[in-house]
Design a protein around this ligand. Structure first.
Ligand code: SF4
Length: 283
């Protein structure tokens, strides 16, 4: 991996008004700017937050400091305006390795625990088993929190081709199991769908009750244009490309996963990233 540049930022806004793909939410919350997982398919690298940053995507992290005091004020102001449903995070991973050092995400959870009346829902989206370090804090948020862990494939050699710096798949599956056993609402996000084994559905069913499926074409926020611009097809073997790029990858993933999950526990694309109360088929 390239050398990582870390910059500490003071006084940055945490809650950002949202809409569009995330229109089930009122705010996004990105504890960091940049993400060292640097997934090759990451659509954020094509967004202004990355294009106008001096560093190459995946090689920098800007750390938002003094989060708690600022978030207390922002939460109180947001509450005065109305509902406060938060998506964390849309443009970074809140549990990337730097979290073990700076604990910005943990400070966010502490602020929410301190002011439970100030928010309605928190969606935590990550690829990292580091989320289990905050298990007790997340549990303290009860039904107002959901942890969604990305598991794009069960084949770690495939994962290494598409997101070599992201945590290994077995660690993510174990994290899902740990959180579910602790009574925390969880889901596996098979997003984006990558080449997978026939057994993927069974492996997921061992550790999680709900699954969301999204593809590189439906989930990049640009009907597949961003994914195509990343030349991702070159990362597939010829055989994989036929099935998992040229075919209907989300449909194929659905067929495999549906063997092991009731259909009301499988969510598709944007629906699976909404707060549960807003989903079409809420379990
Ligand atoms: S973990 Fe998420 S934010 Fe980070 S590079 Fe991968 S897709 Fe992008």
């Amino acid at each position: 991996m390239d050398r990582i540049t870390v910059t500490e930022l003071e006084g940055r806004t945490l809650l950002t008004r949202t809409g569009g793909y995330l229109d089930g939410y009122d705010y996004t919350l990105n504890p960091y700017v940049g993400c060292v997982f640097g997934c090759h398919y990451c659509y954020v690298r094509a967004m202004p937050v990355a294009r106008f940053h001096a560093g190459e995507w995946g090689t920098y992290v800007d750390v938002k400091r003094t989060v708690e005091r600022r978030l207390d004020r922002e939460l109180a102001a947001a509450r005065r305006r109305g509902s406060v449903r938060i998506f964390m995070s849309s443009a970074t991973d809140p549990y990337q390795p730097m979290e073990a050092r700076f604990r910005v995400t943990r400070s966010v959870l502490d602020a929410l625990i301190r002011q439970p009346e100030a928010f309605d829902f928190l969606f935590i989206q990550t690829r990292s088993p580091l989320v289990t370090a905050d298990l007790e804090r997340i549990r303290a948020l009860g039904d107002k929190a959901l942890v969604s862990i990305t598991v794009e494939t069960d084949l770690d050699d495939v994962r290494k081709r598409f997101s070599p710096a992201a945590p290994p798949i077995p660690l993510r599956l174990r994290a899902l199991y740990t959180l579910r056993e602790a009574g925390i609402r969880t889901q596996a996000a098979v997003a984006p769908v990558l080449p997978m084994s026939d057994d993927f559905g069974r492996r997921l069913a061992d550790v999680v009750d709900d699954v969301v499926i999204d593809s590189l074409f439906t989930g990049d926020g640009a009907n597949g244009r961003r994914s195509r611009s990343f030349r991702l097809e070159e990362r597939y073997t010829d055989e994989e490309r036929t099935v998992w790029w040229d075919g209907c990858p989300d449909q194929r993933a659905y067929e495999r996963i549906a063997r092991y999950f009731p259909k009301e526990h499988i969510f598709l694309s944007r629906d699976g990233f909404l707060p549960p109360s807003l989903r079409q088929t809420d379990s």
